[in-house]
Write a protein that binds this ligand. Structure first.
Ligand code: NAP
Length: 505
């Protein structure tokens, strides 16, 4: 228990540091949010600032009973929420959107403190995440059913899209706000209530969203944030018959575990999992222009992005010029705190991730790879240098695995057929990039790449109107666009027959 009282001393210090950085200190919440109330669990857990490994604050850990109560509350809130008109739900969501945009600066600061990314990236994420709320608020008002030409005499056939019920949303730390809003806005707009389990590294961004949902007047029980032990929470969600859908964003490894757990109650599952994105430079591309785009696609969010360019393929003819320019870019990177304007790459999320990156480099070097260029890193915090790696082969882990750090392996290729085959040689299938001019080659890539999203000549590819999601072991389902409702709704078919007239009546 001594440790417990120490926690409170730490908490008050850490809390005051965060409060100083926020204009609106009430956005910093450490308790869970259930049924419109802030709930204290049995224990607390620290959140570590990746920039310097100081304690940013503590957040509560709910117990079994409290988690089950949260499930009951979300279930009780479902019928009244689904019975509102789509327009009425949209009005709540628009108010929530407005609150988030008003609080953008503070939300971004909170995110930098717990996640480490650059302030500009954090602000971009808040806007990106909020844009889904506005999109789905509108889109739900157009979630039409169908009428079907009848094959049955005297019957009208039709479908309705109905909300599935309580949806459990489990989210990762790399996009601590947008991965919540991308799911929750679709679910809530169509009429579901949600139970959110944020990553333990980044609970404060999730809890701040709850504070803003409360300010927007979203009814109690519709939006709940459940903090605590991941295995306990996910088991209770998966075992409950009241939870009808499970939407997960995170690693493929954990996604597989959750699919198994959710099988017992036959939940509708959607999975946004890991990636191993190829970045293909076509032979008619300017090497310097391609290097700039590839570096952007590799280093955003310190490389901790499911869309990050994980393997960069360059034609042999362009290879020397590309490497020369990419090396310059790597050496120019300023690695530092997300709150320092000069920084271009922030820290990794924790020490474990830094060790994992070191192991990837060691594996590659032991198999013949060469470090062509490396950025400088601060001496403290969870920094790993932006690194250009050459002489990379398919036998190396950096080629096979989602690296989630700023290591850039650049691999030469000879023909288009070869590079498409190399790109597809992975169990992942989330996103791919192609840069070039020749429309025939671009078309071959667009159709030949086994990835859910192929972006040509643009690093930016996501946003509310597009169906975000992966093939193969990168996941199941799509988020955003009209398809974003599929995982949170059922298509109900109704056959409306006409009774024959009874003679004499
Ligand atoms: P993770 O380790 O799979 O964790 C994701 C979430 O699952 C967290 O809330 C975590 O809770 C929880 N979790 C961890 N172990 C669990 C278990 N055994 N049972 C139940 N829940 C568990 O992933 P991450 O490291 O946070 O995120 C990085 C991964 O997310 C990468 O693979 C990345 O590609 C993927 N990602 C994919 C997309 C996409 O849209 N496809 C977007 C972003 C990220 P705790 O934090 O409490 O452990």
């Amino acid at each position: 228990m001594n440790n417990f009282s120490d926690l409170h001393v730490h908490q008050s210090k850490a809390t005051s540091q965060i409060m100083e950085t926020l204009h609106d200190g009430k956005l910093f919440k450490t308790l869970a949010y259930i049924n419109g109330k802030w709930v204290c669990g049995d224990e607390e857990k620290p959140v570590i600032n990746p920039h310097d490994n100081s304690i940013a604050g503590y957040f509560t850990q709910l117990n079994h009973r409290q988690i089950n109560q949260a499930i009951d509350c979300a279930d009780n809130a479902f019928q009244p929420w689904r019975k509102l008109q789509a327009k009425q739900r949209a009005e709540y969501l628009h108010r929530w959107y407005d609150e988030i945009i008003k609080a953008k600066r503070d939300l971004a600061h909170l995110m930098v403190i717990e996640q480490g990314k650059l302030l500009s990236e954090a602000e971009g994420e808040i806007e990106y995440g909020a844009s889904f709320i506005r999109w789905f608020a509108e889109e739900a008002q157009r979630s039409y059913g169908e009428t079907i030409p009848s094959h049955i005499d005297n019957a009208q056939l039709m479908t309705f899209r109905e909300p599935i019920g309580v949806a459990a949303l489990i989210t990762p730390w790399n996009f601590p706000s947008a991965m919540i809003t991308r799911k929750a806005s679709a679910a809530m707009a169509i009429g579901c209530t949600v139970l959110i389990k944020p990553a333990s590294e980044t609970p404060f961004s999730a809890l701040a969203l709850a504070e803003l949902a409360e300010r927007a007047g979203i009814p109690a029980g519709v939006f709940n944030v459940i903090t605590g032990n991941a295995q306990t929470i996910s088991t209770l969600f998966c075992d409950s018959d009241k939870v009808k859908a499970l939407s997960f964003t995170g690693s493929t490894q954990v996604g597989k575990l959750l699919l198994e757990k959710a099988a017992h109650t036959v939940k509708k599952c959607s999975m946004e999992l890991g990636g191993n994105a190829p970045f293909i430079v076509l032979p008619d591309m300017d090497a310097k222009q391609a290097a700039t785009a590839a570096a952007e696609a590799r280093f955003q969010t310190s490389g901790q992005d499911c869309l990050a360019a994980n393997r960069i393929f360059v034609p042999e003819t362009l290879y020397p010029a590309f490497i020369a320019r990419f090396a310059e870019i790597v050496e120019q990177q300023v690695m530092g705190s997300g709150l320092t304007p000069a920084s271009t790459i922030g820290p990794l999320i924790n020490r474990t991730t830094v060790s994992a990156a070191q192991e990837l480099i060691a594996d590659a070097i032991s198999k013949g790879a060469h470090i062509e260029a490396q950025a400088k890193v601060p001496s403290t915090g969870n920094y790993f240098p932006a690194t250009l790696l050459t002489q990379v082969t398919p036998a190396m882990r950096v080629y096979r695995e989602e690296t989630f750090c700023p290591i850039a392996p650049v691999i030469p290729y000879r023909s288009l057929e070869q590079v498409i085959e190399m790109s597809n040689d992975t169990e992942y299938g989330l996103a791919a990039y192609v840069y070039g001019h020749d429309i025939h080659q671009i078309w071959q890539c667009m159709r030949g790449l086994e990835f859910g999203m192929v972006s040509v000549n643009s690093v930016k590819m996501t946003g509310p109107p597009i169906p975000f999601g992966g093939m193969k072991q990168s996941g199941l389902g799509r988020e955003g666009s009209k398809h974003g409702f599929d995982d949170f709704s059922e298509v109900k078919y109704c056959c409306l027959g006409a009774l024959p007239t009874v003679s004499g009546s």
